[in-house]
Design a protein around this ligand. Structure first.
Ligand SMILES: Cc1cc2nc3c(=O)[nH]c(=O)nc-3n(C[C@H](O)[C@H](O)[C@H](O)COP(=O)(O)OP(=O)(O)OC[C@H]3O[C@@H](n4cnc5c(N)ncnc54)[C@H](O)[C@@H]3O)c2cc1C
Length: 535
């Protein structure tokens, strides 16, 4: 079970000597750091009151109320760099006092009722992949905190193929949801990089965006109905194609991050499985040219489903890690030099649909890319991206073993504001971290703007890793707010962005959230300290 303690996946690739050498030449000397085993985790005794435990066991069953150290340690935080570093140091002080494993929506309602009466904070737990502190065991005003792990609510409930909608329990993982839909010839098309582990309920309450969001839409666009268990009762919002019945309360639940209730069922739009999937690579002469070209594509109706533009730094890393699809680096460099795009930016475009639709959109996209001075790298580069698209997180533990600080952050702005945000965030991260690799890509396109996703590598400061990253992240957050971008495009708010939320939604927005929370969760048990600014 060490996998759930520190690692993302069991099959961690090791970093080659040349990759490490290249990294050290940029970020400076690295100090390798070993990870502690879960058996050595340090944590406080459980503070769950006996009365609460007795009532929860009577309601859910003895096997569904866990207070052993190992289960608690396994729930000590999500997947942010700080969470992982803490666990690598054997520090499980972020562990909850208990883990509750409800079997259905009625169990969830009973657990919320008991926890409200016993003053036990509840942290809903989906796939455990939050990177913004959404799973931190914060007690708030309560006497103890429990993780409400939804792993047993893992079924496809119903498919209405005629209306192209499907209803899921919240704890189902995406590969299982896709396998169940495939039996009906359908797909969700929601593929975030955390696809292997994240849950459908988690996607909904964090407003997640998958890699093909330009085609299938982000999760916000897919939710048509849901059920939310709250301490004051159940909110049921039926699956309707469109409605003018007052404000859309689905939108209140989307992004609520477990602070207003627990999603116990969700109905999503689904599509027929695509007949064709086609991914290809291009090289554009510069980042600026790339951004303009993506805008042209995004503002057409017949754009690709996946469009990803890497800046020069990320392009060089992708190409050295094999992103050109097996063509040797030397051959590729010569090819790109001859075509005057040696210092260019990699673009991946992907199309999913029926043959005619894919052919039509490819033709249009090709024309736009060629007109912008783009050079085709063909389907090999597209296949290399597809093959490696989940490999980033798999490498993170190897990076941390080698002494590398590795973290990502994201934002979005209008096309007009995008460059200013890009420059400001890059420079904030570089000033804070000193010698660092700061790469970026644009991967979620809208008619009005796009997201920016930064990957940061630096030499970790042994013993000070968390403070080192916290300072860099603070500088980046400030740069994001200063340039009018969103504090988060898809990772959500959690604790990491909570103090910057007011800058985006204003005092009135914060007051509205507080008022709804006070009404639905009067005892303040639901995910204290997340999303809603305190004070
Ligand atoms: C390697 C990696 C790659 C990632 N890539 C992407 C990406 O491409 N796109 C993207 O959008 N995000 C990405 N993320 C972030 C993360 O995967 C998403 O935020 C995801 O939606 C979280 O789902 P989860 O099931 O793991 O939720 P959790 O992490 O378990 O929970 C997230 C938050 O939601 C609450 N919650 C969970 N389930 C429920 C429920 N049923 N009812 C009420 N509250 C609930 C939790 O309390 C918590 O606050 C990535 C994360 C990692 C570690």
């Amino acid at each position: 079970m060490t996998g759930t303690w520190t690692t993302w996946a069991a099959d961690q690739p090791s970093l080659g000597r040349s990759t490490l050498g290249m990294l050290e030449s940029i970020v400076g000397p690295l100090t390798p750091a070993a990870a502690a085993a879960i058996e050595t985790a340090r944590l406080q005794p459980s503070a769950l009151p006996e009365s609460a435990r007795t009532r929860l066991v009577a309601a859910l069953g003895g096997d569904s109320v866990l207070v052993d150290d190992r289960s608690r340690a396994e729930h000590s935080g999500g997947q942010a760099y700080a969470d992982i570093v803490r666990r690598r140091h054997g520090d499980a002080s972020a562990a909850p006092d208990a883990i509750l494993l409800p079997a259905d929506a009625a169990d969830v309602a009973r657990a919320l009722e008991i926890c409200s009466e016993e003053s036990v904070a509840v942290v809903p737990w989906g796939g455990g992949t939050s990177v913004v502190g959404g799973l931190d065991s914060v007690r708030g005003q309560c006497v103890a905190v429990a993780a409400l792990d939804l792993r047993k609510l893992d079924q496809l409930v119903e498919v209405d193929a005629q209306s192209r909608i499907a209803t899921f329990q919240p704890g189902i993982r995406t590969p299982d949801a896709e396998a169940a839909l495939a039996a009906h010839g359908l797909t969700l098309g929601h593929v975030p990089q955390s696809y292997e582990r994240a849950s459908i309920g988690g996607y909904v309450v964090t407003r997640s965006a998958g890699q093909a969001s330009s085609g299938y839409g982000r999760i916000d666009d897919l939710v048509v109905g849901l059920r939310l268990a709250t301490p004051m009762g159940e909110l049921v919002l039926p699956a309707l194609p469109g409605s003018a019945a007052g404000p859309d309360l689905r939108r209140l639940v989307l992004g609520s991050e477990g602070t207003l209730g627990v999603v116990t069922e969700v109905t999503l739009r689904v599509r027929p499985q695509p007949v064709e999937r086609h991914y290809e690579g291009w090289m554009l002469p510069s980042w600026e040219q790339g951004v303009q070209t993506l805008r042209t594509l995004a503002q057409r109706r017949d754009h690709p489903d996946i469009t990803r533009l890497s800046d020069q730094v990320e392009t060089q890393i992708s190409l050295s890690l094999g992103g050109s699809g097996g063509v040797t680096k030397r051959l590729l460099s010569a090819y790109l030099r001859r075509r005057h795009v040696a210092d260019g930016c990699l673009v991946i475009v992907g199309f999913e649909g029926d043959a005619d639709d894919v052919r039509h959109r490819r033709r249009i996209t090709k024309r736009v890319l060629r007109d912008a001075g783009g050079v085709s790298l063909g389907t090999r580069a597209g296949r290399a991206w597809e093959h490696g698209r989940f490999s980033g997180p798999r490498m993170r533990d190897s990076m941390l073993d080698a002494g590398v600080l590795a973290e990502t952050l994201e934002t979005a702005n209008t096309w007009t504001g995008l460059s200013a945000t890009y420059d400001a965030v890059r420079s904030a991260l570089e000033s804070s971290l000193g010698r660092a690799v700061v790469g970026c890509h644009v991967s979620h396109l809208y008619e009005t703007g796009a997201s920016l996703y930064f990957t940061v590598l630096a030499a970790a400061d042994p013993g000070r890793e968390i403070e080192q990253w916290a300072a860099a992240k603070r500088a980046a957050n400030d740069a994001i707010v200063r340039t009018g971008a969103t504090i988060t495009h898809h990772h959500a708010v959690g604790t990491a962005h909570r103090d910057h939320l007011a800058a985006e939604i204003g005092d009135v927005g914060v007051a509205a959230l507080k008022a709804v929370k006070a009404r639905l969760d009067p005892a303040g048990i639901l995910n204290p300290g997340k999303l809603i600014p305190t004070g």
